[in-house]
Ligand binder design. Structure first.
Ligand SMILES: [Zn+2]
Length: 361
């Protein structure tokens, strides 16, 4: 096992005022909401509430069956009759991994755009706001507040890779750094061999991305799934962070039509990013899952499709740390990536609503 390098983790990173890297800032932005509707959807093991902020009226729809039963009936409209729906429903799912504060920053800036037309830097986004006002936009600015509360620096811009491991995955009791993906081999992450608990986990050691969805261990994942089930969204974008350029990950254990839609979304996102000069990974080529016992895993992204029919995907955005394979980027760059992403999410959701219950492609 690799030993922890001799370093003092940084507890105070300097980040700009538009950044939302701590729960106090996120809660303050939620309290400032006037035009949106704020609903508490759960409370973490550490006693921290989490919320959904809704913009755009909810359009009632008839539901006669849960999603998987409707699929069984070969009639998705039995789960959600969307024939009267005018506004596609989009969920921006903020960090379920507490340290991936690029997502919470994007979320609170999007809330500010919906409130005032400008992000927290004062930059106007008229086209984004206009299209966002044509949908029902549901923003979950923090999905693992316990994890974010433990992430003292609040961002990774300029950090070293081992600092990311320390804050994200944590340490064992002998001081060695946990690593990805081996940190998933102990779940819940608690017991005498756990040192510093990484921000992946809530205060009970649950990583909501890998909760036991059929018998939940933590409150976060079931609360998020309930929002999805009740709203029948067209699209759910799960906001995560990684070293390199923005990438739409291939969702696992969903039908091939959803994989094709998601790959098409990735192609359109790349085209949008090219127009504004932002880097973006190549779209994935849809593949069948489960060819090998080594994965991929069924995770929260997969579960959200199976409870709501949404095109649910994991979006990895660079977090700005230094390293060989890392994309150097600033706080500003990260915010731009988030906001252009949201624009494409809403545009795509319109197409998906038009096609429902058929596939976009
Ligand atoms: Zn993540």
């Amino acid at each position: 096992m690799e030993h922890r390098p001799d370093f003092e983790p940084c507890f105070t990173c300097k980040h700009p005022d538009f950044w939302a890297g701590d729960v106090e800032t996120i809660y303050r932005r939620i309290e400032a909401v006037e035009k949106g509707e704020v609903t508490q959807i759960g409370i973490s093991p550490g006693g921290r509430p989490f919320y959904v902020v809704a913009y755009g009226d909810r359009e009632p729809f008839v539901s006669k069956a849960n999603f998987n039963s409707a699929v069984g009936a070969r009639d998705l409209t039995a789960y959600a009759d969307k024939s009267d729906r005018l506004r596609p429903v989009v969920i921006l799912l903020g960090p379920v991994h507490g340290e991936e504060t690029n997502g919470s920053t994007g979320c609170v800036n999007m809330m500010q755009i919906m409130e005032t037309g400008e992000d927290l830097r004062g930059k106007a986004w008229p086209e984004l706001r206009e299209i966002a006002e044509t949908c029902r936009l549901l923003i979950i600015p923090t999905a693992n507040p316990d994890g974010t509360a433990r992430f003292a620096p609040g961002c990774f811009v300029g950090c070293e890779p081992y600092e990311v491991r320390y804050w994200a995955q944590g340490t064992y009791s002998d001081g060695t750094l946990c690593n990805w993906p081996q940190c998933k081999a102990k779940h819940p992450m608690r017991g005498s061999n756990v040192g510093f608990l990484g921000a992946y986990f809530n205060d009970d050691g649950i990583n909501p991305m890998h909760d036991e969805f059929f018998a939940p261990m933590g409150p976060e994942a079931p609360a998020i799934m309930r929002v999805a089930r009740e709203e029948a969204p067209e699209l759910i974008c799960g906001l995560h962070g990684h070293p390199s350029s923005v990438a739409v990950l291939e969702p696992a254990y969903v039908p091939m039509y959803v994989k094709r839609e998601c790959s098409e979304f990735a192609r359109r996102l790349k085209a949008r990013y090219e127009q504004v000069g932002l880097p973006c990974a190549e779209p994935f080529t849809p593949q069948p899952d489960g060819d090998q016992p080594s994965g991929p895993p069924f995770n929260l992204t997969s579960a959200l499709f199976h409870t709501s029919g949404a095109m649910s995907f994991t979006l990895e955005c660079p977090v700005g740390f230094s390293g060989d394979n890392a994309l150097a980027c600033s706080h500003e760059d990260i915010l731009e990536m988030q906001l252009h992403l949201y624009h494409e999410c809403i545009t795509f959701a319109h197409d998906r609503l038009k096609a429902w219950p058929e596939a976009v492609c």
